[in-house]
Write a protein that binds this ligand. Structure first.
Ligand code: MLT
Length: 239
C-alpha cells in the first residue's frame, strides 16, 4: 500500500496496481462504467484532455473536470458520481481530469494490470485479485496533493482486509509492510461508520463546504456496484 502516488517507487512496476480515490474520482469511474459509459479516459492535464477529446463527436463524449473539489468552467460536468446517470452517460466516453485521482491512475499506468477501486466496487476488485493472484500488488491511494488521506487508506485497508479473509495466509505474512497493517486497522475501526470517517477527513470537509453531502453518502457505501474498471491501453479504462 502506498498512501500517495508520489510514494510509489519509480524504478519498479507491479503485476497489478489498484488506484484508489474514494472522494471521488474512482467512485465516479466505477459509477460511470456501471451506468453504461463506453470507457473512461483519464488525464492529469486539462488542456490535453480537451485536445484529445476533440476527435470525438459531442454526442459520444463527456468532459469532466474538477479542481479543488469544484467543477472546471466549460466542462460538461465536475466529478460527482451522482451526475453519472445512464441517460447522460450511456455509450459515451468520459474524458476526466481531477486533482489527484486521475494523476494516481497515470502514475501506475505502466503496471501489467491497472484497475480503479473505491468502497462501492471493492468486492469486484477483490474478486479479480483473487482470480489473478498477482505476485506484486500495489494499492495506491490518491491522497491530496501529496498528503495522506484517511478515506483512501481506509479503502486500501478494506481491500487488504477482504483479501486476507479469503486467503489462508497469516496476516503477518500477507501484510508485508506497516502500511498494510495500519490500513487494515483503520478500516476495521471505521467499517460501519464510513460516513463519519469522511466527516473527519480533510477532503470530506472540503466537499461538505461545497455542499456535496449526498456525494459523501454515496461514496460511503460498500460493495454496491459490481464493476471492474480495467485499463485497456494507457489511461483508458473499460469494464
Ligand atoms: C481528486 O481527484 O482529487 C478528487 O476526486 C477530488 C474530488 O472531485 O472530490
Amino acid at each position: 500500500i502506498y498512501h500517495t502516488p508520489e510514494l510509489t517507487p519509480e524504478d519498479k512496476v507491479p503485476d497489478c496496481a489498484i488506484a484508489v480515490d474514494v472522494l471521488r474520482a474512482t467512485t465516479t469511474i466505477a459509477t460511470v462504467l456501471a451506468a453504461g459509459a463506453e470507457a473512461v479516459q483519464v488525464f492529469s492535464d486539462l488542456d490535453q484532455l480537451i485536445q484529445v477529446s476533440e476527435a470525438w463527436s459531442a454526442d459520444k463524449r463527456l468532459r469532466a473536470g474538477e479542481r479543488g473539489g469544484a467543477k472546471v468552467a466549460g466542462f460538461d460536468m465536475g466529478n460527482s458520481p451522482l451526475d453519472c446517470t445512464p441517460e447522460r452517460v450511456q455509450g459515451r466516453r468520459l474524458f476526466i481530469s481531477t486533482t489527484n485521482g486521475t494523476r494516481a491512475l497515470q502514475r501506475v499506468q505502466n503496471a501489467a494490470a491497472v484497475t480503479a477501486a473505491a468502497f462501492i466496487n471493492r468486492a469486484a476488485v477483490v474478486k479479480y485479485i483473487m482470480a489473478q493472484q498477482p505476485e506484486i500488488l500495489w494499492i495506491v491511494g490518491s491522497g491530496w496533493e501529496g498528503s495522506f488521506s484517511l478515506e483512501d487508506t481506509a479503502c486500501a485497508g478494506a481491500i487488504a482486509h477482504s483479501i486476507w479473509q479469503q486467503t489462508e495466509l497469516p496476516l503477518a505474512e500477507l501484510a508485508g509492510n506497516d502500511e498494510v497493517m495500519g490500513a487494515i486497522a483503520l478500516y476495521a475501526q471505521w467499517q460501519n461508520n464510513l460516513l463519519d470517517l469522511f466527516h473527519h477527513a480533510s477532503h470530506g470537509k472540503r466537499l461538505l463546504r461545497l455542499d456535496c453531502y449526498e456525494d459523501l453518502k454515496y461514496c460511503a457505501q460498500t460493495d454496491i456496484v459490481d464493476v471492474l474498471p480495467l485499463q485497456q491501453e494507457p489511461g483508458v479504462l473499460k469494464v
